[in-house]
Design a protein around this ligand. Structure first.
Ligand SMILES: [Zn+2]
Ligand SMILES: [Zn+2]
Length: 305
């Protein structure tokens, strides 16, 4: 299961709630909630062929701990991704002072037809930075901004494919909205995945969460699929030595916990849904916990992504 289908209204609601709770994040929440809203709206228009995988291949992959596909195998609706790309640049122009100039330059390059967006999308998904670098220096565009907009533009296609693929792993995957309630009632049906990467696409997790029944899950940084992991040990490297693990949290935000593992040197943020008084939308929680990333990094741990 991997669906965080969410209504545009819900994003607005969560965003305004969080802005009140975390005023320091106001500008960033404003910008990203506009991005998420555009992405969710784009999802409704997608025209994607399902990815077909032989059931025998699935069985072998799941049993041997291999992800179902590689990121480059996600089907992308290029037409809608391109429309979204332009929309996202325009949002940045209006709402993200730090990205404004970069967004303007990209929009201008687009209007001159000098960007091969299909290729940019493909190479971004494959983490093939060389092409973006070339385009960046040739057209005098910021490659990080290009990468950001490209990934955000293909996200609706990737997430939609991921939901389709998740039914191969878990036929009981919910295809409706993900709420704390559906999490706890469906969480138990899922098998524990004993690897620190996404069972669908092999990407590292962006964060984890505890469902209502205390089960531990991780959320994929690329396709947003989430999967159940063992409650014990490090979720990333599977080390079971208690001496190597610790966690910290801040008294005023008990819904977040950061796990540190000295075996792999990585940290992972967890959201405890039992302490969360709002709907859970991982990308927003990820954003509002950047101070925790800093705290973990200061202690010498690195991010899983
Ligand atoms: Zn994934
Ligand atoms: Zn570890």
């Amino acid at each position: 299961m991997s669906m965080y289908r969410t209504t545009l209204e819900q994003i607005e609601k969560r965003a305004s709630l969080l802005k009140k709770l975390r005023p320091a994040y106001e500008e960033i929440i404003d910008f990203y909630s506009a991005i998420f809203t555009a992405q969710e709206a784009s999802k409704l228009e997608l025209d994607l062929e399902p990815i077909i995988i032989d059931p025998n291949v699935i069985k072998i992959k799941v049993e041997s701990g291999m992800p179902l596909i590689s990121p480059y195998q996600f089907t992308i609706d290029f037409k809608h991704a391109k429309e979204l790309f332009l929309k996202l640049c325009k949002i940045a122009e209006g709402k993200a002072p730090k990205l404004k100039i970069d967004a303007e330059n990209i929009i201008s390059a687009l209007s001159k037809n000098s960007l091969d967006l299909d290729k940019i999308f493909r190479t971004t998904i494959e983490k093939e930075q060389k092409y973006l670098k070339e385009v960046g220096s040739l057209l005098n565009l910021n490659e990080d901004a290009l990468n950001f907009f490209a990934l955000a533009a293909v996200a609706p296609s990737i997430q939609t494919c991921s939901v389709q693929l998740s039914h191969y792993i878990n036929p009981n995957s919910p295809s409706d909205s993900l709420s704390a309630k559906s999490l706890s009632s469906n969480g138990n049906l899922e098998v524990v995945w004993k690897h620190g990467y996404c069972p669908i696409c092999g990407s590292p997790p962006q964060l984890g969460f505890f469902s209502q029944d205390g089960e531990k899950h991780l959320v994929c940084s690329l396709c947003m699929h989430f999967w159940k992991v063992s409650r014990m040990g490090c979720s990333l490297c599977q080390n079971q030595d208690k001496e190597k693990h610790q966690y910290f949290f801040n008294e005023e935000e008990k819904e977040y916990r950061v796990y540190l593992c000295s075996s792999c040197g990585k940290y992972l943020k967890f959201v405890d849904l039992r302490e969360l008084a709002r709907d859970f939308y991982p990308p927003i929680e990820q954003l509002c916990t950047l101070h925790l990333d800093m705290q973990a990094t200061e202690q010498g741990y690195s991010s899983a992504v």
